[in-house]
Design a protein around this ligand. Structure first.
Ligand code: SAH
Length: 362
């Protein structure tokens, strides 16, 4: 399906049933079975709309492989466990992770690999990337379908793609922000009849001025609670990496990215990437409700440096040409510098048994 089609489909839906929530809009734009952004394309890389950390450098996935290997050994090296990635993109992170973790053959011998991916187009890319990997992936539409057992799970830039709701402060409370049609028939923001439950209003938003936006992420929290339940029941560790904020705050973080530039979120439904910042405070709380222990999150830069990013860069660059060494140095900057991905991206680790997960503090 081509460009304007999803816009028309949404307009018809709104004409028939009334305005839709921001969450419904996000879900349709990203995952509509015919025209969803991820369903129809491979959006990564220079030609796509954005570049993610695993696509910046192999060092990212390798260091996460080192984390997973350590977590596996700390679990007592079980004879069987589920290695799971949520939203694997091109499969690059998993390929790099497995190359590193294969240094201990018992890790791959014990692992069953599950990839949670809804996009048929990306499943194909992932299978191809992992063709030579030591494990063959099983694909699942949802985390709930992944087989039980001790769990080691990673998710990079997965949670920012899950639907959020937005609420707007008005004179009489917090009605939900909706998407409807203007008199000209264009998609436009408005206010609906649903409202934020008072019990859901965080202290940070209590005295907010009119017009303030508050976001909630029930889908992200529900998956994290499920992960927490599995970890508590069977043991293991989860690593959630994304851009977001550590403490609940108000503000509109919904954004569209179209050909590497910011775009009006209503302009290109299905053809632009749509994301929202992740609230790590409520994510950690959801994991805890499931029974797992969230460790104090680290910024991505600190996380990678503690895992040995500079040492790995040194080994990779040793004996190579100046051009290769420059590329590696650029990648280190990009991944870890505070003004690039280093501070905006946060890393949350969840522990099943409440014990330490290096390099996180307790
Ligand atoms: N982790 C990858 C890709 C991030 S993009 C990387 O770092 O490069 C988001 C990924 O999540 C894509 O693979 C997308 O298809 C997938 N995805 C988005 N929403 C999903 C959902 N609800 N269920 C399963 N996969 C989803």
């Amino acid at each position: 399906m081509k460009g304007p089609a999803l816009k028309e489909k949404l307009a018809a839906r709104i004409r028939a049933h009334g305005p839709i929530t921001v969450a419904d809009y996000m879900a349709a734009c990203l995952a509509d079975p015919d025209a969803g952004y991820y369903i129809t394309r491979d959006p990564f890389g220079k030609k796509g709309d954005f570049i993610t950390a695993p696509e910046v450098s192999q060092m990212f996935g390798e260091l996460i492989g080192a984390f997973c290997l350590q977590a596996y050994l700390d679990l007592g090296a079980p004879g069987a466990f589920q290695l799971v990635e949520l939203g694997p993109g091109r499969g690059t992170l998993m390929a790099d992770l497995l190359r590193m973790a294969s240094l201990r053959p018992e890790f791959v011998d014990a692992a069953s690999l599950s990839l949670v991916e809804t996009s048929p187009a990306l499943r194909k890319v992932q299978a191809k990337t992992l063709e030579k990997a030591p494990l063959t992936p099983a694909f699942h539409d949802r985390f709930a379908n992944v087989p039980d057992g001790p769990l080691i799970l990673v998710a990079n830039e997965f949670f920012d793609a899950l639907p959020i709701h937005q609420y707007v402060k008005t004179a009489d409370g917090w009605p939900e922000r909706m998407i409807g049609l203007s008199d000209e028939g264009d998609l436009c923001f408005g206010i609906g009849t649903g409202r934020l439950d008072d019990t859901e209003l965080p202290p940070e938003a209590q005295n907010a001025p009119e017009g303030t936006i508050l976001e909630t992420q029930p889908a992200a929290n529900a998956i994290t609670q499920e992960i927490g339940t599995r970890l508590a029941r069977h043991g293991g560790a989860a690593l959630i990496i994304d851009y977001g904020y550590l403490k609940t705050a108000t503000g509109d973080t919904l954004q569209a990215l179209y050909k590497h530039t910011h775009d009006d979120v209503l302009a290109h439904p299905g053809n632009a990437d749509l994301t929202a910042h992740v609230n790590f405070e409520t994510l950690a709380r959801a994991a805890q409700e499931g029974g797992a222990k969230p460790l104090p999150p680290l910024e991505q830069g600190e996380f990678l440096l503690r895992l040995g990013l500079l040492e790995r860069a040194g080994v990779l660059g040793s004996g190579k040409s100046n051009a290769v060494q420059d590329t590696i140095r650029d990648a280190v900057e990009r991944l870890a510098a505070p003004d690039q991905m280093g501070a905006l991206f946060k890393v949350l680790a969840l522990s099943g048994n409440g014990r330490a997960l290096p390099p996180f503090d307790m």
